[in-house]
Each structure stands twice: as C-alpha cells, then as structure tokens.
Design a protein around this ligand. Structure first.
Ligand code: PAF
Length: 288
C-alpha cells in the first residue's frame, strides 16, 4: 500500500489498489465503512454528509474526483473549482481517508463500459443534460465497487441523482445501502452548491429567492391548486427575479419522478427546479 501521507494531515489513496488495501485493513478489524462521493470544492453541505457518515460507520472515505464523463462539452468541466488542499483541511478529524484518483486511473486506455438507466434518468435533468446520468451512474458504480462500503451517502440537493443511484444499486444488486443527506441552506435559504461561487452579488441576492418560490408553489398545491397552474405561476416569478432561463419547475412523484396524471399529487411528491442566472445553472428541490 502506498498512501500519500505527506501532502495533507489526512491520508490520500490515488489508485483503486491503495483504496482497496486501506479498506481491507479496516475490514480485518471488523470495522464498518462509509463512502461519501464528491467532486471536491467542499462546502458545509458536503461536510454534513461526512458527519452523517461518521455517525453511521467506524471509518469514512471521501472521494474527490471531478468526473469528466458527466459534463457535456458545453458545460463547466475545465472551470469546475479544484481545491484539493482546502478540501483535505476541511476533512481533517472528520474523514479517515481521501480517495482522489486521476482520470487515467478511473478511465484507463480502452475503457468501454457505460452504466445507463432508462425511466428515472429521462425527465427533468435528463431532458436538458441527456448524457449526464450515464456519466454519474458509471462513475458512482466504479467508486462503490472500488471501496465496497457498507453505505454510500449522497446529498438530497441532487434529488434526481439520488433516485438514479438508488435504482442502479437495486437493479445491479450492488450490496450497499444508499443514504440521502438533507440539503444544507445558506441563511436566506439558497441551497449550498459548489457552483454558488460563480454568482455575482446581484445574482446571489436573486438566487436566495428561489427556495422561497419553491416553498410557496409547493404550499399552493398542498392547499389545492392544480400542479400546472401553480408551477406556471412559480415559473413566471422565477423569471421576474432575473433568471434568464427556466429549464423546469415541476412537481413529480418523489421516487419515480413521473408526473401526476390528474394534475394533483396522489402520493409522496417533490418540487424540483433548474434555472439559469447569469452563467450559472442552479437546481433545488423540496418535499411537497
Ligand atoms: O454529486 C456529485 O458531486 C457527483 O455527481 C458525484 C456523485 C460525486 C459523481 O461524480
């Protein structure tokens, strides 16, 4: 095993072999293991997932890998913030190991496999980012199969991603428990995201209203408004805030993400939004 124990106070595994060797040592001692997959640029939302992992298991691995295959060519892969040293400092005393492979380790020459799901990947994000979830499912399958954790934890902010990953591990019989961690919000309710750093002060102010409109739209439906009317009204309000493009504002079945046929929720429902302000695309969601 050749963990990097020099760069930071927390050890780093950079290859599958080193990750597996570290986990195998813990297994010999009978310890349980959690994996928190991230793309780095860690904020309090990520840290809350690590804290949740700590409560559930004896050892916590945080992976940091900006996965190229989940970005479309027009998206922000090269601009995505890469802050490994700061991330490592944030994880001190919280995680036991960072797994930070490079792209050549994750996708070596000749790599030819894609994990692709139908159904839950198709609406919402799937309409606007048609290649995104195949990239996510493939990398998450690899990360889980490399670490073989007891549990893997994902933020509820990417609600559709969480549903996709649950579906994938069920369909492929991957023996891991998938947990969702609640969305962490700024004081004005803006969902924490690594992309919030792109917002100008004016955009940041407007972005803080997105969650208010989500809550009020959801409440209108709870009080009896038809979904289509409430979301149309909510969409107008989002654009009036200065958002340049509303990709979607929808109320869907919380697990399957299918629409409700009678324009009213008949089971667990979730309101989900994606909208662009300036150069930044924000997503958010909450229960109805
Ligand atoms: O949510 C993310 O940060 C990423 O999509 C994930 C799950 C780490 C896969 O690259």
């Amino acid at each position: 095993m050749s963990l990097d124990t020099v760069s930071y106070k927390i050890p780093v595994a950079r290859s599958a072999a080193d990750l597996r060797a570290a986990v195998a040592e813990w297994r010999k001692e009978g310890l349980s293991v959690a994996l928190v997959p991230t793309m780095g640029a860690l904020h309090d939302g990520h840290v809350s997932l690590v804290d949740l992992a700590r409560k559930k298991t004896d050892r916590v691995v945080v992976s940091i890998f900006v996965n190229p295959t989940q970005f479309a060519p027009n998206e922000d892969f090269s601009a995505y913030p890469r802050t490994e040293a700061t991330d490592a400092a944030r994880l001190e005393g919280k995680a036991d190991l960072i797994f930070a492979p490079d792209a050549a380790d994750m996708y070596p020459e000749g790599f030819s496999t894609t994990v692709s799901l139908t159904g839950v990947t198709e609406p919402l994000e799937g309409t606007f980012r048609p290649t995104h979830f195949a990239g996510v499912a493939t990398v998450v399958a690899k990360l889980i199969l490399r670490a073989l954790p007891d549990i893997a934890i994902f933020g509820e902010k990417d609600w559709q991603q969480l549903m996709v990953i649950r579906r994938m591990v069920t369909d492929l019989d991957i023996p891991v428990e998938i947990l969702g961690g609640p969305i962490m919000r700024e004081a004005d309710g803006l969902a924490m995201s690594s992309r919030n750093v792109y917002l100008t002060p004016d955009e940041r102010k407007a972005a803080g209203q997105l969650n208010v409109i989500l809550r009020e739209t959801a409440d209108a439906v709870t009080k009896g408004a038809p979904i289509s009317e409430a979301t149309a009204e909510g969409g107008k309000r989002i654009l009036a805030l200065g958002f340049s493009k509303l990709d979607y504002l929808e109320i869907r079945d919380a697990s399957s993400l299918a629409p409700f046929p009678d324009d009213r929720p008949t089971g667990d429902a979730r309101i989900l939004v994606a909208a662009k302000i300036g150069k930044t695309r924000l997503i958010d969601n909450m229960p109805v």
